[in-house]
Design a protein around this ligand. Structure first.
Ligand SMILES: *Cc1c(COP(=O)(O)O)cnc(C)c1O
Length: 347
């Protein structure tokens, strides 16, 4: 059996989820008449401490609708240079919304370089040369920075900075619940800090499809029109929402097990003289590591795949391993053995 560590998006719906999908009560959600979708949206809003929520087909669309609901054409949207919003979403806010995407450097802990952020925010708004900033986007846990969660203190700091400069704050919390479990705080503590927040049901939470955008009633109303415009209005979407509802049960236990597997995998890698683990070890379910003396890890990743371990060459000087419901603790240990053996042969 192959051990799949390329991403937590590879999780397959459990038998319980498939049953819940089959039995879901349905209606036409574009008429606001799918009770299962409504139930999911209400529960999600409450869990993340926002007044309202919207169910969307993907995290990319949830980020896009959240951003465009708050940043008009011609306004500037500020995000980290390693953020998903800036890097992995095909430039949507610029292409489809006519916003000006402004990248500021991400520091290794996923935060935004404070001086660069202030540089973008403090541009003279009376000077007609500049696009006027509308929105700052932050990401937690930060995927490209190795799954690090943003601390409550940092989030309060960005909130204050955004308020001071009269811009809104969007949180890309694709893995918000991983961050919350690692920090030992309720998800609402992070969720309520943003004007809007996105989280994925389809990653560590294990649902097959879908994301939530949570925000004020007004922002969610705007986002609903944008979702329709983008073709993301779905009819009997309760089939999918039913899986999402189940994904929101027993979150803590589920994700803590993934974090423990990631930590055990990293601990075993770190015992090898030829392997280096980023940040000294993972905080959530993502492990970044590299083989000493190797710049491009494509060959390493291919050799691991031949031995039954799927990894992702990331950047490409780092390899990413993501732990999720489809990986047992025994498989995490076997994965570490395969990675070590393969690395020691190549190094
Ligand atoms: C996966 C991911 C997204 C996008 O979600 P999709 O459902 O794949 O579109 C957004 N932000 C981050 C940080 C992600 O990891």
């Amino acid at each position: 059996m192959t051990i799949e560590l390329r991403s937590d998006t590879f999780t397959l719906p459990s038998a319980d989820m498939r049953r819940a999908m089959a039995d879901a009560e349905l209606g036409d959600d574009c008429y606001g008449e799918d009770p299962t979708v409504r139930q999911l949206e209400e529960l999600a809003a409450e869990l993340v401490g926002q007044p309202d929520a919207l169910f969307l087909p993907s995290g990319t669309m949830a980020n896009l609708c959240g951003i465009l609901a708050q940043a008009d054409r011609g306004r500037a949207v500020i995000a980290g240079h390693r953020s998903d919003v800036y890097h992995f979403e095909a430039g949507g806010p610029a292409v489809l919304g006519g916003t000006s995407m402004r990248a500021v450097p991400n520091l290794p802990d996923g935060t935004l370089d404070p001086a660069a952020l202030l540089g973008e925010l403090a541009l003279d708004r009376t000077d007609s040369q500049y696009a006027v900033p509308a929105l700052v986007c932050v990401e937690t846990s930060h995927n490209m920075c190795g799954g690090v969660p943003l601390s409550p203190g940092y989030l309060q700091h960005v909130r204050a900075t955004a308020d001071e400069h009269r811009v809104r704050l969007h949180i890309d919390g694709a893995r918000l619940f991983n961050a919350a479990v690692a920090l030992g705080v309720p998800a609402s503590e992070t969720g309520a800090v943003g004007d809007s927040l996105q989280f994925c049901l389809s990653k560590g939470l294990g649902a097959p499809v879908g994301s939530i955008l949570a925000a004020s009633v007004d922002t969610v109303d705007r986002a609903r029109r944008l979702r329709k415009m983008l073709g993301g209005g779905m009819r009997q979407a309760g089939v999918l929402a039913a899986a999402g509802l189940l994904a929101l049960k027993n979150i803590e236990e589920r994700l803590a097990a993934d974090h423990a597997n990631a930590a055990e995998f990293a601990r075993r890698l770190a015992e090898s003289a030829v392997l280096e683990v980023r940040h000294g070890g993972p905080v959530t379910n993502i492990v970044l590591f590299r083989v000493a003396g190797i710049d491009d890890h494509q060959v390493f990743v291919e050799r691991c795949a031949e031995s039954g371990l799927r990894l992702f060459a990331w950047e490409p000087e780092w390899v990413r391993a993501v732990f999720h419901a489809g990986v047992t603790s025994a498989e995490a240990i076997r994965a570490a053995d395969i990675a070590r053996l393969t690395a020691e042969k190549l190094a």
